[in-house]
Ligand binder design. Structure first.
Ligand code: C5P
Length: 222
C-alpha cells in the first residue's frame, strides 16, 4: 500500500505554509516545508561565507548541512547544523539565497531523497514549488495555491511587521515579483502547476476557508 501524499505548491506568500501545516494537523499527517530546506542551505551558505555564485561550493554545502524540524506546538522550528535558525530562515535575504541556490540542478537532486524520506505513515502534506511535479508526481492529492502579488506582499508585510521586522510594502512587492519571475523562468523545476493539480485562488479568502476547501478534496474520513 502506498502512503498518501497531499502536495500544495504555489508562489511565495500564497499561504502554502500556513495552510499545509493546518491541514496536516487536521489530518494527523506529517508535514514537510520543502522551502525551508532551500532556505536552510541558503542560511548555512551565509554562515560559511560561501559565494552564491559558486555552484560547486553550494552543492558541497547542501550535502554538509544538517536540517531538522521540530514542531513546538505553536510553530515549526528549524534547526540548521543544530542551531535554531527559524527566524533567520524567514528573512527575505534567506528567501533570495534559497531561490538562487534552488536554481542549481545538483542542489535540487541532492535534496530529493531527503524530501522523499518524509513520506511516512499515515500520510504527508508537503508544500513547495515542485512537490506535485517532481518530488511526489504520484501524489494522490495535488493543490496549486495562488493569490495576487499585491495580496501576497500584504500578507508578508503583516507577518514581518508582527515580528517587528521593518520593511516597506513596495519593497516586498518588488522582491516577490522578482522571486516569482526567477522561480518561474529557471530551467530546472520551474514553478508550474502539475497537470492534475486543483487550483485554488486564495485572494480574499480567509485561512479557514482555504483549509476547508483543501480538506474537501480528500475522501471523507469516518
Ligand atoms: O517557499 P519558500 O518561500 O520558503 O521557498 C524559498 C525558495 O526556495 C523559493 O523562492 C524557491 O526558489 C525555492 N524552492 C524551490 N522548490 C521548493 C521549495 C522552495 O525551488 N520545493
Amino acid at each position: 500500500t502506498t502512503i498518501p501524499v497531499l502536495t500544495i505548491d504555489g508562489p511565495s506568500g500564497s499561504g502554502k505554509g500556513t495552510i499545509s501545516r493546518l491541514v496536516a494537523q487536521r489530518l494527523g499527517w506529517h508535514y514537510l516545508d520543502s522551502g525551508a530546506l532551500y532556505r536552510a542551505v541558503g542560511v548555512a551558505a551565509g554562515w560559511g561565507d560561501i559565494d552564491l555564485s559558486d555552484p560547486a561550493a553550494l552543492v558541497r554545502c547542501t550535502f554538509d548541512t544538517e536540517i531538522a524540524f521540530r514542531d513546538d506546538g505553536k510553530e515549526l522550528r528549524v534547526l540548521v547544523n543544530g542551531s535554531d535558525a527559524t527566524d533567520e530562515l524567514r528573512t527575505e535575504t534567506a528567501g533570495a539565497a534559497a531561490s538562487a541556490i534552488a536554481a542549481i540542478p545538483e542542489v535540487r537532486s541532492a535534496l530529493k531523497a531527503r524530501q522523499r524520506a518524509f513520506r511516512q505513515p499515515p500520510g504527508l502534506v508537503t508544500d513547495g514549488r515542485d512537490m506535485g511535479t517532481v518530488i511526489f508526481p504520484d501524489a494522490a492529492h495535488k493543490v496549486f495555491l495562488t493569490a495576487s502579488a499585491e495580496e501576497r506582499a500584504e500578507r508578508r508585510y503583516k507577518q514581518l511587521n508582527d515580528k517587528g521586522v521593518s520593511v516597506t510594502l513596495a519593497g516586498l512587492l518588488r522582491e516577490i515579483l522578482a522571486r516569482d519571475a526567477r522561480d518561474a523562468s529557471r530551467a530546472v523545476a520551474p514553478l508550474r502547476p502539475a497537470d492534475d493539480a486543483v487550483h485554488i485562488d486564495t485572494t480574499g479568502l480567509g485561512i479557514d476557508e482555504v483549509v476547508d476547501r483543501v480538506l474537501a478534496l480528500l475522501p471523507a474520513r469516518e
